[in-house]
Design a binder for this molecule. Structure first.
Ligand SMILES: [Fe+2]
Length: 461
């Protein structure tokens, strides 16, 4: 593993850089830098104790350094999806951070960081994203805010913000500043998400020229090739650069996931299953890895929609992640957990999860509760209806909310399958409509063509 910079910045250097820290300890500043660098570069350096090791040392060395608590709680909340509803220790840690934020003499920027993490953990996801956006605008070199802002925009499906934030940020850096090259991968992903594929490719390649082993930048390029229907370019890139990005945990798994998705597109289901067995299963079974869980379940579900026999590759992953059933941190987590229950044919788990979601909606408030009520529940009920062969019901539930679903492709495929199998005239027309939507969105997709042929073979009206 390469270190991306190993001169950790002291108090004065953070002041010169534009984001002063409320501490007089150079050691604190340096440890913060070491943790931040590992986070941005997606690695845990064992000689430093990894990201969490650095943050633990920070808290131990200077317990009142608020940003250490912000960093730690923010990571637990956003990356690991810890919940203050179910994890007492985590709730205490967040409350302690809030108390410190009120009692310590800290800057307005640091106070906003406290507020943002608190809002996120309370389920007020959009409000949290708004605060991180404020920080980034006022302090465009605050890398922790940039990363949290990016993650929140990603989970909220705020594609324009993903793109435009980076357009505002990059010109306010100097290319000699630590971690500068990583901004390009983030920008490329935002461009890709908003359909600017040529520009996304250009920025990703610029980023990889500066940091050839930035896995997020590699992912942005692979994702761009996928959206543009350039499967050959994607597979060539994946195979030629594998050594640059394959040592980065769940994110590396996600790049392999793209490889498997290309194989599904081409109808090579056995190859996709091979990628699952070699790269995704073990990552999916890790409790802390929500990305690993999403990728494993979404790949298996896509394969089953296509009619492939994935056998019981589901249960071991579901068993691990049952611990997340009552958390309800993100609707995105919950729908993947339900997909895992459906795939495992575990009715008891399905009921347990759905009861827990409904109970959460009854007893909570905030942004995530609203999304769960308006989008998550009809989506889950639609998936369950499909499983019971009630295809018209599935379409009636999900078609009206499809634009509210973040990262839609898996659900577009599901909806097309459901609409094709529906009997009502209205839903058959919806199938035609959805096929055209997917055709326009994804160039050169053999999967769309297969779905179109299926439609023709089932209905000649
Ligand atoms: Fe992706």
């Amino acid at each position: 593993m390469k270190l991306h910079h190993d001169h950790w910045r002291d108090c004065q250097e953070w002041i010169d850089y534009g984001t002063p820290m409320s501490t007089t300890s150079n050691e604190t500043c340096k440890l913060y830098d070491a943790a931040l660098t590992q986070y941005v570069c997606y690695y845990d350096d064992p000689t430093l104790g990894g990201i969490m090791g650095c943050l633990d040392r920070l808290v131990k060395n200077e317990p009142n350094f608020v940003l250490a608590h912000v960093f730690k709680n923010g990571l637990d909340a956003i990356a690991v999806a810890n919940s203050v509803r179910t994890d007492e220790e985590f709730a205490k840690s967040v409350n302690h951070m809030v108390t410190l934020g009120k009692t310590q003499n800290i800057s307005d920027r640091e106070r906003k960081h406290v507020m943002a993490v608190k809002q996120w953990t309370d389920g007020n996801l959009a409000q949290a994203a708004g605060i991180w956006d404020d920080i980034v605008c006022a302090y465009p070199r605050d890398m922790l805010a940039i990363k949290f802002c990016e993650m929140s925009n990603f989970y909220l499906g705020q594609k324009q913000q993903l793109r435009d934030n980076m357009a505002g940020i990059i010109p306010q850096w100097k290319s000699s500043m630590p971690l500068y090259g990583y901004l390009y991968g983030m920008y490329a992903f935002g461009l890709c998400e908003t359909g600017a594929y040529d520009k996304a490719e250009k920025k990703a390649k610029m980023g990889l020229e500066m940091v050839e082993d930035d896995p997020w930048c590699s992912h942005a390029l692979v994702h761009t090739y996928e959206m543009a229907g350039r499967f050959k370019d994607a597979l060539n890139f994946i195979h030629e650069t594998e050594n640059n990005w394959n040592g980065f945990g769940a994110l590396s798994g996600h790049i392999y996931w793209h490889e498997a998705v290309y194989n599904i597109e081409k109808g090579n289901y056995e190859e996709a299953l091979g990628v699952f067995d070699n790269q995704l299963k073990e990552r999916g079974e890790k409790l802390q890895s929500m990305l690993g869980m999403y990728d494993a379940f979404s790949l298996l579900y896509r394969l089953e929609l296509e009619g492939a026999d994935v056998k019981d590759r589901w249960s071991s992953i579901l068993e691990t992640h049952k611990e997340h059933f009552d958390e309800h941190v993100l609707a995105w987590n919950d729908v993947h957990l339900l997909i895992g229950c459906i795939g495992s044919k575990n009715k008891k788990a399905e009921e347990q999860l759905m009861d827990s979601i409904r109970d959460y909606i009854k007893t909570s408030s905030g942004y995530n509760r609203g999304v769960s009520k308006e989008v998550l529940v009809p989506l889950c009920e639609g998936l369950l209806a499909y499983e019971s062969g009630e295809y018209d019901k599935a379409v009636d539930l999900v078609f009206p909310i499809r634009y509210k679903i973040v990262k839609r492709d898996i659900f577009d495929q599901f909806l097309i399958h459901a609409a094709i199998r529906s009997t009502s005239k209205e839903n058959k027309q919806r199938a035609r409509f959805l096929l055209e939507e997917r055709t326009a969105l994804k160039d050169n997709s053999p999967l769309t063509e297969r779905l179109r042929q299926k439609m023709v073979s089932l209905h000649d009206d």
